[in-house]
Design a protein around this ligand. Structure first.
Ligand code: ZN
Length: 396
């Protein structure tokens, strides 16, 4: 709650965009707290922060945990920062208990996870994992043209460490679920198995503009009617591939968008998600077939383009088992779950054994100022995180 004061909004949320003065203030406070807990601090060239608690053998690769400090413009008090402060709380608890782990433990803050000010999302953990190169990361610009590199310099967080050169024995991220499943199932802990794969498409259906009065129904080439078929088909395909599929048409532009002209061209997007790559591909083929069928029926032509593919993520079996064991030992109701959103952990899983801990959030609402989670659930997630970290940090 102390951290949530930085960027606090009138409606009880947080606006703490990446690399703003508020982001710097929150980073400074986090580092102050980490130093008070005896940690040493390292900052890399993407502004990622690593707060380290030494291990018995400090030459071993650390177990790293963490998440992000930045928020959406109308974000909540828990998204991201919960995972950062959970890591700090793990370190404070181990200090209180005078418990030493074999390996060092580090709490990481990943720069610009949200992708709200600088696109794309998760860019700094992406550079860490080798998905993007450093130059690409630093050159990402906000709508006013300021780059991440310039803004890191300005707020004093352009660190000296090379990005991604840190060894990582294991990575854990605690996060609110950002969906309603745990709450509906009355579970305290989500043992995250991985994240959904995503396929994004941009579609243009083209017919012929004509006068809405003199043009008889049977000779029309109405692009919007064709698109409407596809919108319905996408929704049906989502329902037809449960329990995990999500299928959305979220953006549509009708042209010329005039009340007495038959629509000649429609642009829309399709967002498909599923944890199994084979099902995801099948869904994409089904959407494409539905679009071609609609074109045939309505005399339209089509441009159907895939613009983004993010393969499904499967987390590491040992790390997932460590989360499960932690939840069992503590007696929490837990269930396996798949993340519907992207997280820094998804990129980290490409270079290190990784898992996540989810806790419920009220009504499943996130990216919203009313986002909320109970103290009890926050504590539970943190306890599970501690057990998982200690288990991996004592492993050889
Ligand atoms: Zn987040």
């Amino acid at each position: 709650m102390e951290m949530a004061k930085i960027g606090a909004t009138a409606k009880g949320g947080v606006c703490r965009l990446a690399l703003t003065d508020l982001d710097r203030e929150a980073r400074d406070l986090f580092i102050t707290w980490c130093r008070q807990a005896g940690c040493t601090i390292k900052i890399d060239k993407m502004g990622n922060i690593f707060a380290r608690r030494a291990g018995k053998d400090d030459s071993l690769a650390p177990v790293i945990t963490g998440s992000h400090i930045d928020s959406q413009p109308t974000g909540g008090k828990f998204d991201g920062i919960y995972g950062v402060l959970s890591g700090l709380e793990v370190i404070r608890s181990l200090n209180d208990l005078k418990y030493e782990t074999n390996r060092p433990i580090e709490v990481a803050v990943w720069t610009n996870e949200e992708g709200s000010r600088f696109a794309p999302a998760m860019v700094a953990s992406g550079v860490f994992a080798g998905v993007f190169d450093l130059e690409y990361g630093l050159s990402r610009a906000d709508p006013s043209g300021k780059t991440m590199g310039q803004e890191l310099e300005r707020i004093g967080y352009a660190g000296p460490e090379e990005v991604g050169k840190r060894p990582v024995h294991a990575f854990f991220e605690a996060h609110i679920e950002q969906g309603p499943i745990l709450e509906n199932e009355k579970k305290t802990i989500g043992i995250v198995q991985g994240a959904q794969g995503q396929r994004w498409f941009e579609v243009v259906m083209t017919g012929q503009e004509a006068h809405a009065g003199p043009t008889p129904m049977k000779v029309r080439k109405d692009a919007l009617v064709g698109a409407a078929h596809v919108v319905t088909a996408v929704n049906k395909i989502g329902h037809g591939n449960q329990p995990f599929a999500c299928a959305t048409v979220g953006m549509i532009t009708n042209s010329p968008n005039s009340r007495n002209t038959i629509p000649g061209s429609v642009f829309f997007t399709v967002d498909l998600r599923h944890p199994e790559d084979s099902v995801l591909s099948k869904m994409a083929a089904e959407v494409k077939a539905a679009a071609e069928e609609a074109c045939k029926q309505h005399g339209l032509s089509i441009d159907f383009k895939e613009i983004w593919y993010s393969p499904p993520v499967k987390f590491d079996a040992n790390c997932v088992a460590a989360v499960k064991k932690g939840a069992e030992e503590l007696g929490f109701d837990a269930m396996p779950i798949i993340s519907g959103a992207g997280h820094d952990a998804c990129y980290l899983s490409r270079v290190a054994p990784t898992a996540m801990v989810f806790i419920p959030c009220e009504d499943g609402i996130s990216h919203n100022e009313i986002e909320n989670a109970t103290k009890g659930d926050c504590a539970a997630g943190c306890d599970v995180l501690l057990r998982a970290i200690v288990e991996r940090a004592n492993a050889v």
